[in-house]
Write a protein that binds this ligand. Structure first.
Ligand code: PLP
Length: 624
């Protein structure tokens, strides 16, 4: 298990069974129920749902909402904080209908609301939320239409806040609310000077592109006063950035936000809500540290830090405790989804079988290369490395000049690979590895070709070097004997994963099992529920994957709650403005012309057109 670190990053939701299968574990009425993921894969197959597939576990989605709300409630109780918590889920983090429906449905228990950053997201929020205690927080740039939608929501009794991102939104809010005679609820997003560690550093600090400066905030106060609307200003909002790895940053940011909150109270605004945005991190690498892909705190500690900092800072100024709001997206949904795919092929860098002896008439340089083989020791490995590369390059040079044959060159490459393999095998026992040899294991690693598109399913791996936990979902009782990088099936050299979080630290390769002739090999990329699905793109026209949502029952059975077929070829063609009917007609004309020219028979034409039609309706990924 510790080979892949699942007990570190799995947070208790993922583990291994005694049979060597990866399991997903859910809590049902206080009991831990573990289900082998490979059993769910089997169920998918029986239903005709091919790989790649996103597997969503509804229980985990519900459980994370429960944990977040209960952790805040506990912190509030323990700290004797005099108000309550209201969470909102930022729709942008996973807009998929069934995710939002489930959050809205289960979230009712905690009045968990939604955050919208656009008109489309506000319409989703309005249509999905069932409970008027829950909040809708409108962030982002808002035009008059956006504001009207929010005002109508207010009229229906929804607690819908407009959070001002820029001063220019305020005149529109004032004008529209006065024209419609509906009072808005207004929040202000502040640009805090606190900066955070991690990838989203630029979302915080003076140069953040979001939020109001202190002087812009005062202009807003003046304008609201002038329009007799200061009583609408009830929320202070701040967001320091996503995936904050260091708890100290959270505490500093919250304390600063409280100062602004109290400033607004002094200005006469009623206030009542303090929204601290997102940022609660996910420990993707399982190192419990303040590195970018990890976090040096737990959920309870996060909540206690926020609650106590707000309590202490405001108590000092004798200001009533506000409703605490947070917009955790990543931490709410990341665990609930995994990407599953099969391995299609492996390219290894093992040398082919070498002859016992070289023929007498082969070039001397090949003989020299061959003589290095078998002499590698921990004393002379650097010299052997230098010699091997020198002689290999000599043979390449001779080949360029026509003085060595194709077979000579193949033999040289093979002998060289064998020598490098011998050196690589020695490296772990060598205390100080020369820098030029550090990458040797990576250069000799296999390439496992996975049936997925990095650009469609794991865009952050490509765009921001996001580290995600990856492991096979079966055969975990066998020692993985190959070291590999993983390539996708786009023909793009960026379509590869060569950075893995393993228990010993980051590694450019991952240990995997050798393929078996008669068995599929399945890998899972875990913790992909946040941001990956809609940020993905259509590179090489690989479309949305199949998606399956399961609910695990108390007897460890599972129900396929929802199944969504991924895009067909016809779907992806229409996304880039082709008409599938026209394409079909163009193919028909081509086939008809081929019949006329005697290139194909009419029967062949029928067969070909059926293949085109089936293909248009089919999956964009590799089908067995
Ligand atoms: N709220 C706002 C305003 C955001 O911009 C974001 C994302 O960066 C979030 C909430 C969600 O943050 P996270 O996914 O870190 O919880």
């Amino acid at each position: 298990a510790e080979l892949y670190g699942v007990r570190h990053w799995g947070a208790g939701y993922f583990d291994l069974s005694a049979e060597g299968d990866a399991t997903v574990t859910v809590d049902i009425e206080g009991r831990s129920i573990a289900v082998p993921i490979i059993d769910i894969v089997q169920g998918m197959q029986e239903r005709g749902l091919e790989m790649p597939c996103v597997l969503r576990v509804e229980n985990l989605l519900d459980y994370r909402i429960q944990q977040l709300n209960e952790a805040f409630s506990r912190a509030i109780r323990q700290s004797e904080y005099q108000n309550h918590y209201r969470g909102v889920f930022p729709i942008k983090v996973n807009q998929q209908c069934h995710v939002i429906e489930e959050i809205a449905d289960f979230g009712q228990n905690y009045h968990h609301g939604l955050e919208a950053g656009s008109k489309a997201e506000l319409i989703i929020a309005l249509s999905q939320l069932r409970d008027t205690e829950s909040l809708i927080i409108c962030n982002g740039y808002k035009d008059a239409e956006f504001i009207e939608l929010g005002l109508y929501a207010r009229q229906m009794g929804v607690r819908c806040f407009f959070v001002l991102e820029t001063p220019t939104e305020l005149p529109i809010i004032i004008e529209r609310s006065q024209a419609l005679g509906i009072e808005p609820l207004i929040g202000v997003r502040l640009r805090l000077s606190t900066t955070v560690d991690g990838h989203w550093q630029e979302d915080s600090g003076d140069r953040s592109i979001f939020g109001l400066s202190t002087s812009a905030l005062l202009d807003v106060v003046e304008k609201l006063k002038a329009h007799n609307m200061l009583h609408c200003l009830q929320m202070l909002h701040s967001h320091l950035g996503s995936q904050i790895p260091n708890i100290r940053n959270v505490r500093t940011g919250v304390a600063e936000a409280c100062r602004f909150y109290s400033g607004l109270v002094s200005e006469g605004a009623p206030m009542g809500y303090l929204d601290l945005g997102g940022g609660l991190a996910v420990d993707y690498e399982g190192s419990s540290s303040n590195s970018t892909h990890s976090m040096n705190y737990q959920l309870d500690e996060y909540c206690v830090n926020i609650v106590e900092t707000v309590r202490d800072t405001l108590d000092e100024m004798d200001i009533a405790h506000p409703v605490l709001v947070s917009e955790s997206g990543r931490a709410t949904v990341a665990y609930s989804s995994m990407l599953l795919f099969n391995i299609l092929d492996v390219r290894d860098h093992k040398p082919r079988k070498l002859p016992e002896q070289l023929p007498d008439d082969c070039p001397d340089v090949l003989k020299n290369l061959f003589s290095v083989l078998g002499t590698v020791t921990s004393q002379n490995f650097q010299e052997c490395y230098n010699d091997a590369l020198y002689y290999r390059d000599e043979v390449r040079e001779m080949f360029h000049r026509g003085h060595a044959t194709l077979r000579d060159r193949a033999l040289a490459e093979n002998i060289n690979l064998a020598i490098l393999g011998q050196i690589a095998a020695l490296l772990p026992s060598i205390s100080r590895v020369p820098s030029e040899l550090e990458n040797l294991p990576e250069l000799l690693s296999d390439i496992y070709y996975g049936n997925f598109s990095l650009f469609q399913s794991l865009p952050d791996v490509w765009a921001i070097d996001q580290l995600l936990p990856i492991m096979p979902v079966h055969r975990l009782d066998e020692k993985p004997t190959r070291d590999a990088i993983i390539a996708d099936i786009t023909c793009d050299c960026d379509g590869k994963i060569d950075n893995f979080a393993l228990p010993d630290g980051h590694s450019k390769t991952i240990p995997l099992h050798p393929m078996k002739d008669d068995e599929e090999y399945y890998l899972g990329v875990f913790l992909v529920g946040a941001y990956q699905e809609t940020l993905g793109d259509l590179h090489n026209l690989f479309g949305d994957t199949n998606v399956v949502s399961v609910k695990i029952n108390a007897d460890a059975s599972f129900d396929f709650q929802r199944e969504f077929e991924g895009d067909s070829i016809s779907d992806v063609l229409s996304y880039v403005e082709y008409s599938p009917n026209t394409v079909q007609e163009q193919l028909r004309k081509k086939a008809e012309a081929a019949v006329r020219q005697g290139k194909i028979s009419v029967a062949m034409r029928k067969q070909m057109l059926k293949a085109f039609r089936d293909s248009l309706q089919g999956y964009t990924y590799f089908e067995r």
